[in-house]
Design a protein around this ligand. Structure first.
Ligand code: SF4
Ligand code: SF4
Length: 96
């Protein structure tokens, strides 16, 4: 975590305020297995590969740590079988 409040100068010599710290968005994915028909839409739309097809054809959360809470899976599920909630990042996950 960058705790400094140093100002910097741009190419014109003007002072710039330090950039506000941004946080990496993260999400927690939940699947209702009884509602999932295994169509695979959610895992096709997931841009970071959180989801995989399980041995029974239904979707499993294979890499939960990768979820960015974009909600593409939730938006495309025709059966409302998957939903995502935001996770507040820890200070260690902040980026400058
Ligand atoms: S919210 Fe986005 S990143 Fe997370 S599982 Fe769904 S599609 Fe993937
Ligand atoms: S889109 Fe919905 S029904 Fe289709 S595999 Fe994903 S969770 Fe299951």
């Amino acid at each position: 975590m960058n705790e400094t409040n140093e100002t910097t100068t741009d190419q014109t010599g003007q002072e710039k305020e330090p950039q506000a710290q941004r946080r990496l968005p993260r999400g927690q994915v939940t699947i209702f297995p009884n509602w999932c028909k295994g169509c695979g839409l959610c895992l096709e739309f997931c841009p970071v590969g959180v989801l995989e097809q399980g041995s029974d054809g239904r979707v499993i959360i294979a890499h939960p740590e990768k979820c960015t809470a974009c909600r593409w899976c939730e938006l495309h599920c025709p059966d409302f079988a998957i939903f995502v909630t935001d996770i507040e990042p820890s200070p260690e996950e902040e980026i400058a």
